[in-house]
Design a protein around this ligand. Structure first.
Ligand code: FAI
Length: 197
């Protein structure tokens, strides 16, 4: 099995855009997810002064859903008030850059849009930087991660009907040190956001 660290994806199911976040962690396994209003947060529950392990992980509004592995979630979400997703990802990921920890952990992010088959992924690492606008494909997800995944890959998704089922399915991926997953899926109005387990 591979250790990908923080892992996220965007895709399409029955014509509805979805996104997910899979928290894998060797060093900080004692974490939980909290959903509050239009946001989801990762909360580290052990004593630490590492600045990267508690953060807003998802933000949604009537148009966009943003998923990311750090504080940049909020900055990308705010930039979407005046910029298109590609520019928002470029500007925020470029200015915040990779994390100044012992691994130079990359910042990764995804954006999906209600009523759209387009999605966006971004990556700011010590040795590379990219942002991609993607045509989402039915029943598939484009996935990127902090470690051991070159660029992004496309995976096939099983059938799921809700954000909870999506999160539960993501937890079955054959990856190391899985802690929790969060799913976001378009609903009639707005977005559904749920985590598992
Ligand atoms: N977002 C996160 O949940 C997160 N968890 C851990 N990190 C960073 O990555 C380093 C390595 O963590 P790990 O061994 O759990 O993969 C940590 O020291 C921390 O600086 C994170 N930063 C980015 O992914």
């Amino acid at each position: 099995m591979t250790y990908t660290g923080r892992t996220l994806g965007i895709g399409l199911i029955k014509g509805r855009p979805f996104a997910f976040y899979l928290l894998c962690s060797r060093s900080f396994p004692n974490r939980r997810a909290v959903i509050r209003g239009n946001a989801a947060y990762i909360i580290n529950q052990s004593e630490s002064n590492n600045p990267y392990v508690s953060y807003p992980v998802i933000r949604v509004d009537e148009r966009y859903a943003v998923v990311a592995n750090g504080l940049h979630t909020d900055f990308i979400f705010q930039a979407l008030e005046w910029e298109k997703p590609r520019k928002a990802l470029v500007h925020v990921l470029d200015s915040m850059d990779y994390e100044r920890d012992e691994h130079g952990t990359p910042r990764i992010a995804g954006v999906i849009e209600r009523g759209s088959g387009r999605g966006w992924l971004g990556f700011a690492g010590r040795d590379g930087f990219w942002v991609r606008e993607l045509e989402l494909r039915e029943g598939k997800a484009f996935v990127t991660a902090t470690y051991n995944l070159d660029g992004f890959i496309e995976i096939s998704m099983g059938n799921f009907h809700s954000a909870k089922e999506l999160a539960t399915e993501i937890l079955k991926l054959p990856l190391e040190h899985k802690i929790l997953a969060i799913g976001v899926i378009e609903k009639k109005e707005g977005w559904e956001v749920e985590f598992a387990p």
